[in-house]
Design a protein around this ligand. Structure first.
Ligand code: NAI
Length: 484
């Protein structure tokens, strides 16, 4: 029998996990569970990543983690165990399914507009690297990583999933009009992958417009794929379309390890009262059963859940307030009592069990994700991020003295807006500038040339950080300042 790791989590986690496992056991789901130690209480015992070494080993051996929500201890230096788990095990795609559930009233269900949207959110990169620095006392900087191989993994998964699901449309949400290099790369990879799936209508929508369209015409969307932070926000928006966080399941998909969990958190305001809604965790568990090929068990439970909702049985957070609500345990028992019944709308077919689609196997070294693209690379300049509270013209005059024979000072910008050689006195300044040097006549530079300039310039300014300016063939591998 397949064994999966289970972490009950914090807050309402143990209550909703017990309710879900009660339903699984009553349905005789052919799974064994290994309970592992993860969560806030594990941090408190001194394990800085929120899990014991035994838990990590069990999860890496079994390949599947079914988890309740976990609290991130407040305070500096402690990272979320949820994010750590997703990143450590490279669960690159976060799949969240948002479907109209009969019995869960929303403005759209009342208007007869069905919602069935699957959001695939990139799960590793973006600002979630959490690589942040105070570079002056006034200026905080976050590094946003979007990589070609990372984008490729999640976008390929989204297309493959959309094809299997029989989706009509797959949409890339992005902000490539502003973040031309990072979001531009994600969008470029999206259309590269789209060529391999001519049967799917692939299009893109700028993320702000996407939010507006999702709340006005959610029925026109099918599968939506986004970078991490935008995907985080858009998926909570979609949860709102179908009745809130109590109905939002999620699957974190990787090549070796997958994590199934609800979108919501530990709900500290209602923890310990046995009143939480276990539906989102149950739906996440059903995603896990289907991932493992346990189609029959998943359909029996899902039909019973849909029947229960359609029947008006509900926990306190939703449903007809004139009918008494059930507590968490009673809600699980109501689902169990409805095994064998089918909802009037949206009954799931009792498909035979399929072999597991798991691809879990043991690794002995870290996989290197690398694209094979090669191009004619050359260094043609450098950006220095310097601390200064002087006026642009004063900084320019000092910088010009350091340019030497290889470099020319091209421009100076502040918060991304050009302030020298042209600019406006109405641009507010902060005490951190980007001074951009390029090679004279585009002559290729070496790192030693750049270091020489660094040393020279550091005599005048505190250099907070620097970035090489590179050309790949005809393509500029850096952005221009606003106004440049
Ligand atoms: P939350 O999702 O825990 O709660 C937001 C609101 O939704 C609360 O009013 C809560 O009572 C309600 N709610 C959530 N789940 C519910 C359920 N199943 N049934 C009924 N009502 C429910 O978000 P919050 O308060 O921002 O976060 C609390 C803690 O959870 C934090 O420590 C946070 O870091 C953690 N968290 C963990 C996640 C995970 O484990 N994947 C995800 C999100 C937050």
């Amino acid at each position: 029998m397949t064994k999966v790791a289970v972490a009950k989590g914090d807050g309402i986690g143990p209550e909703i996990m017990d309710a879900v496992l009660k339903v699984f056991n009553a349905a005789e789901v052919p799974l064994q569970y290994e309970f592992v130690d993860m969560g806030k209480w594990v941090f408190d015992k001194g394990y800085s990543n929120g899990m014991t070494p035994d838990a990590q080993q069990a999860i890496e051996t079994l390949g599947i983690l079914f988890k309740g929500p976990m609290e991130t201890p407040k305070g500096k230096g402690v990272k979320s165990v949820n994010v750590t788990a997703r990143k450590t095990w490279n669960t690159y795609a976060n799949k969240r399914v948002f479907q109209t559930l009969h019995g869960v009233d929303t403005v759209f269900s009342k208007a007869g507009i069905p919602v069935d949207i699957t959001v695939v959110r990139e799960n590793i990169e973006d600002t979630y690297g959490g690589i942040e620095h105070m570079i002056t006392h006034d200026v905080a900087l976050s590094r946003r990583f979007i990589t070609r191989p990372g984008s490729l993994q999640v976008i390929k998964y989204a297309f493959e999933m959309a094809k299997k699901k029989g989706a009509r449309r797959i949409t890339c949400g992005h902000k490539a009009n502003i973040m031309k290099i990072t979001d531009g790369l994600f969008l470029e990879v999206f259309y590269e992958v789209a060529k391999e799936y001519p049967e799917l209508k692939a299009d893109d929508v700028i993320v702000d417009d996407l939010c507006m369209k999702l709340v006005t015409r959610p029925d026109t969307f099918d599968v939506v794929v986004l970078t991490n932070l935008q995907g985080d926000i858009v998926s909570d928006l979609c949860a709102g379309l179908v009745g809130g966080l109590g109905f939002a399941p999620s699957a974190n998909i990787g090549d070796h390890i997958c994590i199934f969990e609800a979108v919501h958190g530990t709900a500290p305001d209602i923890a310990g009262k046995n009143i939480a809604n276990p539906t989102a965790l149950l739906l996440s568990g059903l995603g896990m059963l289907r991932h493992l090929g346990l189609m029959q068990s998943a359909a029996i439970i899902e039909n019973a859940l849909l029947y229960t909702l359609e029947n008006g049985q509900h926990t306190g957070d939703f449903g007809d307030k004139s009918r008494p609500s059930l507590n968490t345990t009673q809600f699980a028992e109501a689902i169990i009592a409805n095994f064998g019944k089918k909802p009037e709308q949206g009954a799931k077919p009792l498909l035979p069990d399929m072999p597991s689609t798991q691809t879990h196997f043991k690794l002995d070294k870290n996989p290197m994700l690398e694209s094979k693209e090669e191009s004619n690379e050359k260094i043609i300049g450098v950006d220095f991020f310097i601390e200064s509270n002087e006026q642009p013209i004063t900084i320019a005059n000092k910088c010009l003295r350091h340019a030497g024979v290889k470099f020319k000072l091209v421009n100076i910008s502040n918060r991304g807006t050009q302030v020298w050689p042209t600019g406006s006195v109405y641009t507010n300044l902060v005490n951190q500038y980007n001074v951009r040097f390029e090679s004279i006549d585009d002559f290729p530079l070496t790192q030693q040339d750049v270091l020489g300039l660094y040393i020279s310039l550091s005599g005048n300014f505190k250099i907070c950080s620097s970035e090489l300016l590179q050309m790949w063939g005809d393509k500029r591998a850096y952005s221009l300042a606003q106004g440049q």
